[in-house]
Design a protein around this ligand. Structure first.
Ligand SMILES: [Zn+2]
Ligand SMILES: [Zn+2]
Length: 437
């Protein structure tokens, strides 16, 4: 078999348009894009369950050595300081920056582990053909945690740290470094082999098999061909935000009446509740925090007892002055350009909805998906500082400490990431229907 059938009807989660009313065959290795907003609707992967199962198991095996074995050893004037990823988080915690260390421990250690464990559970259940109520729950939570596990950002942070320290310090690589690089490679392979829509369909089929004696088969939706290109909401169809299952629901639910997805159990809503208001609040929070994050020092290097504080911009200038233009550019993008772009971009989208500007919707949709994709990369600078704190600890000679801007900067990253989550991109395309009415 060289293709898989996408379930019917097919509704675009990006713009709420009905794309197909019957099964559409999608060949392996190709994508099915929404003709209106270019949202990637289906991207079938060959043997996705077994490959993801093998990869997630490999990831789990690599996890412990990658996080607890020595990552790097710094040698300065005959003094050695070695540290693992776990040490970098402990170092932050010791410096009274509890919030920052909590975010680092969650994004660099706990969420990647949960992601691997959940994927392992889901694919094991599907491959063994065992349905339990935990299966849809695990996949749903995997989707929630997906962008919050930031191992690949952490790997780039390690490389930046190495380039930053190389001129003054002898660096040797530990077994933790090899294992961590291997872990990130495994995670990259997972993102190119895991087909969540296929897994959702298999979970649904497994449950139907289990329930076939107990219950009548679930209702299948039959839609007229003429409904292609119309808005699902207008046709009385509502799509689950979590697993993208489409169900019939004639009226917007009355207050107090909550509809739950028959496949994954998530709450189903026509549009994310209070999306515009919540997103505005988070964007404004990010904007306010952005100023102290950039104006206050983010890091303090104590050299022979003399403290020298530096801001994010000082760090970038340092790389440019030392000829590391690529690294300078990476930090400039991650720490300044990305947050600014996210704040401005989301403001433009919210403004469009508030003032009903239904222009350039395709560009705006693509911009939103780009904003959601790049959000996590801003954590780069925080990870670099966490690593420097752990590894540059040579007593009186030199140490690195976190400074207050780290708290504000972490706030900017969190606020913009939550803003992208609370924004419902379908509201942009609802503007078209409002104009037509
Ligand atoms: Zn679409
Ligand atoms: Zn669902």
């Amino acid at each position: 078999m060289n293709s898989v059938a996408a379930e019917d009807p097919l509704v675009c989660p990006g713009c709420d348009m009905i794309v197909a009313t019957e099964k559409a065959e999608v060949p392996y290795g190709s994508h099915l894009l929404c003709p209106r907003c270019r949202f990637k609707l289906r991207s079938p992967r060959k043997d996705t369950v077994n490959r993801t199962l093998a990869l997630s198991l490999t990831g789990l095996i690599l996890y412990i050595p990658a996080h607890f074995m020595i990552l790097l050893t710094f040698d300065m004037l005959g003094m050695d300081e070695a540290g693992s990823i776990f040490d970098s988080i402990r170092a932050l915690y010791r410096q009274q920056y509890g919030v920052v260390s909590l975010v680092v421990v969650l994004t660099a250690q706990i969420f990647p582990l949960l992601k691997l464990g959940m994927l392992f559970g889901v694919t094991l259940g599907i491959s063994r053909r065992i349905y339990t109520g935990a299966l849809p729950l695990l996949l749903r939570w995997y989707q929630h945690f997906e962008e919050w596990g930031m191992s690949e950002v952490y790997l780039i942070a390690i490389l930046v740290t190495i380039i930053k320290m190389e001129p003054t310090t002898g660096i040797s690589y530990g077994a933790g470094f090899i294992c961590f690089a291997g872990l990130v490679l495994v995670m990259a392979c997972i993102s190119s082999t895991f087909d969540r829509q296929y897994c959702w369909r298999r979970i649904e089929e497994l449950r139907a098999e289990r329930d076939k004696e107990a219950k009548a088969p679930a209702e299948t939706l039959h839609l007229a061909k003429g409904m292609i290109g119309t808005r699902a909401m207008t046709s009385g169809l509502v799509q689950c935000h979590s697993c993208h299952k489409v169900v019939r629901h004639e009226q917007p639910p009355a207050t107090g009446h909550q509809l739950f997805c028959p496949r994954c159990g998530a709450k189903i809503h026509w549009r994310i509740a209070h999306s515009v208001g919540t997103t505005w609040a988070l964007v404004l929070t990010a904007l306010i925090l952005f100023f102290p994050a950039n104006l206050l020092p983010i890091m303090e290097v104590v050299f022979l007892g003399v403290p020298e504080k530096s801001t994010i911009l000082d760090g970038i200038i340092y790389f440019f002055q030392n000829g590391s233009h690529t690294i300078g550019l990476i930090i400039l993008s991650a720490s300044i350009l990305v947050p600014v772009f996210k704040i401005l971009g989301l403001s433009v989208l919210l403004y469009s909805i508030n003032f009903r500007r239904a222009t350039r919707l395709l560009q705006k949709s693509i911009m939103f998906r780009f904003i959601a994709f790049i959000g996590r990369w801003s954590m780069l600078d925080i990870f670099v500082i966490a690593l420097l704190c752990a590894l540059v600890d040579f007593g009186f000679f030199t140490t690195v400490q976190v400074a207050p801007a780290a708290v504000f900067f972490t706030g900017v990253v969190l606020a913009t990431m939550f803003a992208a989550i609370s924004f419902d991109q379908r509201l942009l395309w609802d503007l078209v229907d409002m104009q037509e009415q």
